[in-house]
Design a protein around this ligand. Sequence first.
Ligand SMILES: NC(=O)c1ccc[n+]([C@@H]2O[C@H](COP(=O)([O-])OP(=O)(O)OC[C@H]3O[C@@H](n4cnc5c(N)ncnc54)[C@H](OP(=O)(O)O)[C@@H]3O)[C@@H](O)[C@H]2O)c1
Length: 339
Amino acid sequence: MKAFIVDQYKKKGALRLGEMPEPVLRDDDVLIEIHAAGLNLLDSKIRNGEFKLILPYRPPFILGHDVAGTVVRVGANVRQFKPGDEIYARPRDGRVGTFAEFIAINEADVALKPENLSMEEAASIPLVGLTAWQVLVEKAKLTNGQKVLIHAGSGGVGTFAIQLAKHLSATVATTTSAANVELVRGLGADVVIDYKKEDFEKILSGYDVVLNSLDGDTLQKSVSVLKPGGKLISISGPPDVTFATEQGLNWFLRQVLRFLSFGVRRKAKRHRVSYSFLFMRASGEQLSKIRALIEVGDIRPVMDRVFPFEATNEALSYIETGRSKGKVVVKIRQAGRRA
Ligand SMILES: NC(=O)c1ccc[n+]([C@@H]2O[C@H](COP(=O)([O-])OP(=O)(O)OC[C@H]3O[C@@H](n4cnc5c(N)ncnc54)[C@H](OP(=O)(O)O)[C@@H]3O)[C@@H](O)[C@H]2O)c1
């Protein structure tokens, strides 16, 4: 099958379009014919070698974390899916590779695709949808009337997280630049801060939760926005010791992560707020819940661009500019014919 392959870890290195063997189907797997694949900065970071210690993929391997497609075959133990089902998924770490014509995925990571979305729209959802869900619902337990600051509201995670927080009846503040103010307001943001002109930490106070997806400086400033007992949750680092333990990292790496997160943990403690790092995980069950929210119209996909499969490298370069609005997707299978 055709696939975009990492031959060696390299910063900004181009992926090679080449032939790879079709995936081997395990008993708990579904084999998916891929129609569309969503792109994420995690793809770039893995290709750059930034995740080698945590996710040690051995080249040559296929990149890509988000998929929408059709089930073509199921393993002996699969009960939830049958050939012909239209699905979407974020395959678990260690088994990614959606920039290809086929992928085998454990059925626990898969959910039926929202009926009201195209394949391209559905492929834009899983990784960012699960991230927002795991931060706001699982970790923050955000409820009615609470206040949440979502940084970078116009990004992939931000556009989903704003809508999810509004579904949970929270008050939402977000940071973005002037060009995206209308976009984030349309998604439901109550307070919009133009980060190029205003300092969010001087405007906001008494918040229950901050979702940080930006740099260390923004993370530090976010502490003062929270009320005592508030929760600062970062998805862009620094990782903490709990994460290191969950990942089964060795003693040395645990100490490194303890050191990296020391500054923000100390500041958080002084302000009587909690700090945690979250790295999202695959979950078909949560994608089913997200599907329901999409089908009733509480959450809609925000699409920036759809690239043809052959232009996967250009699509990756585009998201690496850090300027995309919502999600970027590659279309792999044209309706009625293979790519
Ligand atoms: N830990 C996890 O599980 C996890 C999961 C998902 C993502 N992440 C990480 O989270 C980060 C964000 O991911 P993403 O996919 O949402 O990124 P993205 O879609 O590439 O974000 C692009 C957006 O960020 C906005 N932005 C850039 N700088 C900003 C600033 N200083 N203040 C406010 N907005 C700013 C841009 O808006 P303007 O053009 O207006 O600046 C743009 O619309 C990445 O580092 C990613 O790797 C981690």
